[in-house]
Design a protein around this ligand. Structure first.
Ligand code: SF4
Length: 381
């Protein structure tokens, strides 16, 4: 790996936001966090993973909540772990009211607020979320994701990075006007250079807002760590970033690897050990989600590994393949990839960009992927 030495700039003057017993921003040490991949309704397994992550050094542990069973699990998990808990809400935003009594922070995705209660204006939904958060002393994260940018912003700003930044800024404005200050923002993409670009642009306009950094669907180690490092080195050394997550596709029991990787990257940056490879990602690029409780088939992690092994022969080709664990983010987040796979309970959906190729059993999808990849390579010649 190439070692570059860069001096670090002072941290951005973000305001401090309390998350349970810890703080982010306001000069506090950069907090490293991770997410449970267990089913939230499985209380024992989730408590165990929360504790493992907390003991590994996670300042904040995220769990996913999609339904009433998860909410009931969460209430019990809260009693059994001392981890600072953040809940990830995607389409089912009305659940905010039910989860707020049991958590320290709630992440909502601006790109998913339009799905339910369609006639209710987004601004009103955000004011309502802020009101619930205030009532329960809970922090918020505005979590903007490349694969699920709000459609009205994509219409207004055809350049996706512009849409990501403007969407985040608009939500900050809404929260400010609602008199709610306990929030941070994340702007994530699977391309580390895009992560650098959108976070730098956001931080220039809102240096006061704490930033949660991450490269989404970074993939399997070591590539996932390298992609994340590229972004973090560029941002943290410029004083940007108050909390981080390294999203890795690893088996459930190995989730603490995300904390170890995050601590290692921060330690290296602090000591001037910059290791990014500028050319990394110019050949075959496999992106895969880190998995979470929404995974419907445990074969997902194995599939991601098989895809990586199968496609080694295409290493020199500039092709992106995305492997995603579920139907919540799978369909949207595979749109930009040349080839995308997203996993259902018993089948895998294969796509060429946004076009559906078909749905295949887990044991036959790889052969079809190979055919599609061969065609792409032939078309590049
Ligand atoms: S794609 Fe689905 S399974 Fe993977 S991390 Fe995102 S929500 Fe979880």
């Amino acid at each position: 790996m190439l070692t570059l030495f860069m001096s670090s700039a002072p941290r951005n003057p973000t305001r401090a936001v309390r998350i349970g017993r810890t703080h982010i921003g306001g000069g506090h040490p950069i907090a490293v966090q991770s997410m449970c991949a267990t089913h939230t309704s499985d209380v024992d397994a989730t408590v165990l993973q929360c504790e493992q992550l907390r003991q590994a050094g996670a300042s904040v542990v995220r769990v996913a909540v999609d339904n009433q069973k998860d909410v009931e699990g969460l209430a019990e998990i809260r009693k059994q772990t001392t981890a600072n808990l953040v809940v990830d809400i995607q389409e089912n935003f009305p659940l905010v009211e039910k989860v707020a009594p049991h958590v320290d922070k709630i992440r909502y995705n601006p790109g998913h607020l339009h799905h339910l209660q369609k006639s209710r204006p987004i601004a009103e939904k955000v004011r309502w979320i802020a009101g619930v958060a205030r009532e329960h002393g809970v922090a918020l994260r505005v979590g903007v994701n490349c694969g699920s940018v709000a459609p009205d912003f994509l219409e207004k700003f055809p350049d996706q990075p512009d849409a990501i930044v403007e969407s985040a800024l608009w939500h900050c404005d809404l929260l400010d006007k609602a008199g709610f200050q306990d929030y941070c923002v994340s702007l994530k993409d699977s391309d580390p250079w895009k992560v650098v670009d959108v976070n730098r642009r956001f931080a220039e306009k809102r240096p006061d807002v704490p930033l949660h950094l991450g490269v989404t669907e970074a993939g399997l180690p070591p590539d996932g760590v390298i992609k994340t490092r590229i972004a973090f080195e560029q941002l943290v050394s410029r004083g940007i970033g108050d909390t981080i997550r390294v999203s890795l596709t690893v088996p459930n029991e190995a989730k603490a690897a995300e904390i170890a990787a995050g601590n290692q990257i921060l330690d290296d940056i602090e000591h001037g050990r910059f290791r990014s490879v500028p050319d990394f990602g110019k050949g075959l690029n496999i992106i895969s989600c880190p998995s979470c409780s929404r995974v419907e088939n445990e074969a997902f992690v194995n599939l991601a590994t098989q895809v990586k092994d199968l496609t080694r022969y295409a290493a020199q080709h500039r092709i992106t393949i995305a492997v995603m664990g579920c139907r919540v983010n799978g369909p949207g987040e595979t749109d930009d990839a040349d080839l995308g796979l997203w996993c259902g309970p018993s089948t895998v959906n294969l796509k060429r960009k946004s076009q559906v190729v078909g749905t295949f059993d887990y044991d036959v999808v790889l052969a079809r992927l190979r055919t599609e990849l061969d065609q792409l390579i032939a078309a590049q010649r």
